[in-house]
Design a protein around this ligand. Sequence first.
Ligand code: 3AM
Length: 183
Amino acid sequence: MTEETPQKPRGQRVFFALWPDDETRRAILEAAAPLVPASGGTPVNAENLHLTLRFIGNADAGLMMRLRRGAEQVRGKPFSFELDRCGFWPQPQVLWLGCSSTPPELLRLVVGLNTALGTEGVLVETRPFRPHVTLARHASHAPGTDSIEPISWRAGSFSLLASESQEDGVRYRVLDTWQLDKR
Ligand code: 3AM
């Protein structure tokens, strides 16, 4: 009798996101400083902070090619928006910064990306888009307030990221970036 070894999924675990520049990252960290300890959660590593546009999951070489072809089709212009509130989702125990109302240009980018991915045969996203930057996981308390000093974020590009498990936790690696001003 042969023993079956569990199959490891092939490919990489990937997602599309906005990646903050250094100044925005610093501002997010500053806002996070009092909120994360109060939430009882584990802070997200500073270099992992991001705003997910579309989670994909495990992608083999064929899907990676379709993701890149889809991203290439996205049209848009650079835009700015504000993170102006914080919140807590008890399930999945996440403390986050987000927007009081979804910025129209950000929504347009996400809709454009999802439409382009759809033309490449990537499964349609059915969950509503809730723009947020995760600050802490395994959080147990809501922050005492939902308002923060607004943080301005200039979005000039979007990226495809790989989520990689390392000994000291997960690390997000930028695989590709598409500029919005060249379209
Ligand atoms: O942007 P945030 O931090 O909320 O939780 C994961 C992280 O979200 C989420 O994708 C982002 C990058 O890892 N994620 C992980 N697995 C997921 C799944 N199966 C997922 N989102 C949806 N479905």
